[in-house]
Design a protein around this ligand. Structure first.
Ligand SMILES: [Zn+2]
Length: 282
C-alpha cells in the first residue's frame, strides 16, 4: 500500500502538469471506487483552474479555483488505496486501460489517469474550507517531515502509552502517513525494538527515532518511493527504495546494520508483519 513517500512522489510528479493549468475534461467510467464518486464530478471540475497540488498524510489534495466569481474553492481528494496509480500521459486519445476508472485532461495537453484494479482508492470533492473538519483529516497527527514533529512532540504523543512502539507509529492520529514499511525501517535505523512499550520512548531515544523517521522518509522520497507491487511514480516508472530496505520483507537475510551476525526476524503485530533485528533493536 502506498505510504507517505509514494504519495509525495506522485504529488511531485503531477504538480508541474496541474498547477496553474485548467481542467478541460474529466471522464469517470464507473460510479464508485471504494466509495461513490461525487455526483456530477465531471461537470463540477470541467473548466476549473488548479490552484495547488498538496498532500496530507496519504491523501493527494488537488485544489481548484472557484468555478464562478464569488464561488468557493474546492479540493479534489485522491487516495490510492492498495493498488491505485496516478499516471501523467499525453492527452492523445490513447484508449483507457481496463482498470482506468477516472481520467482528466488539462489545457496543457496532459491527461492524468487514475487506475485502480482493486478499487480501494478514493476520489472525493469537497469545499476547501471543509477539509479541516472532514473526518478523514480532523484527527490526523502532524506530518512527520514538518518542524512540528520533533522529539518533544513524539515524547508527548507517546507518553503513558502501553501499546507497542510499532503500533503507535502506525496510528495516524499520532503521526500521519507512516505505514508498515517505513515504521519497520525507522525502528531499525533508530535501534529501537518494535515490541517496546511506546511510552518508554523518551529523551535521546525519542530524538533518535524522530531523526530516523525523517531520514528514512526523505531517502525514500528521493528514491521515488518503494515499488513492491502496484505502485509506480506519475511517470509510470517504478520507485527503487525497495532495494534499500534494511529489514522490511527480508526475513532470514543477514542483518545489514550491525555486526550481530544474525538474521532479520519477522513477527506479527496486530495482524501486520514486523521485520527487525532482535540484537540491534532494544
Ligand atoms: Zn543486527
Amino acid at each position: 500500500m502506498p505510504e507517505l513517500p509514494e504519495v509525495e512522489t506522485v504529488r511531485r510528479g503531477i504538480a508541474p502538469h496541474l498547477e496553474g493549468a485548467r481542467i478541460v475534461r474529466l471522464v469517470a467510467r464507473r460510479a464508485d471506487l471504494r466509495t461513490r464518486l461525487p455526483r456530477g464530478l465531471a461537470r463540477r471540475v470541467a473548466g476549473r483552474r488548479v490552484a495547488a497540488v498538496g498532500r496530507r498524510a496519504k491523501y493527494l489534495l488537488i485544489e481548484l479555483e472557484p468555478a464562478t466569481t464569488g464561488g468557493e474553492r474546492e479540493t479534489m481528494i485522491i487516495h490510492l488505496g492498495m493498488s491505485g496509480r496516478l499516471i501523467v500521459a499525453k492527452d492523445d486519445g490513447t484508449p483507457p486501460g481496463p482498470h482506468e476508472h477516472v481520467a482528466f485532461a488539462t489545457d496543457r495537453g496532459a491527461e492524468i489517469r487514475f487506475s485502480d484494479p482493486r478499487r480501494f482508492g478514493v476520489l472525493d470533492l469537497l469545499p476547501t474550507v471543509a477539509l479541516a473538519r472532514d473526518k478523514r483529516f480532523a484527527a490526523l497527527g502532524p506530518e512527520p517531515l514538518s518542524d512540528e514533529f520533533d522529539a518533544a512532540f513524539l515524547e508527548r504523543v507517546l507518553a503513558g502509552s502501553r501499546t507497542t512502539l510499532k503500533a503507535a507509529l502506525l496510528d495516524q492520529h499520532r503521526i500521519a502517513g507512516i505505514g508498515n514499511i517505513y515504521a519497520c525501517e525507522a525502528l531499525f535505523q533508530a535501534g529501537l525494538s518494535p515490541r517496546r512499550p511506546a511510552g518508554s520512548v523518551r529523551g535521546a531515544r525519542a530524538a533518535r527515532l524522530v531523526a530516523a523517521i525523517k531520514d528514512v522518509l526523505a531517502r525514500a522520497i528521493a528514491a521515488g518511493g518503494s515499488s513492491a507491487r502496484d505502485y509506480v511514480q506519475a511517470s509510470g516508472e517504478a520507485g527503487w527504495f525497495q532495494h534499500a530496505w534494511a529489514v522490511y520483507d527480508r526475513e532470514g537475510k543477514p542483518c545489514p546494520g550491525c555486526d550481530c551476525g544474525r538474521s532479520v526476524k519477522r513477527i506479527v503485530q496486530a495482524g501486520r508483519s514486523t521485520f527487525y533485528c532482535a540484537h540491534r533493536q532494544r
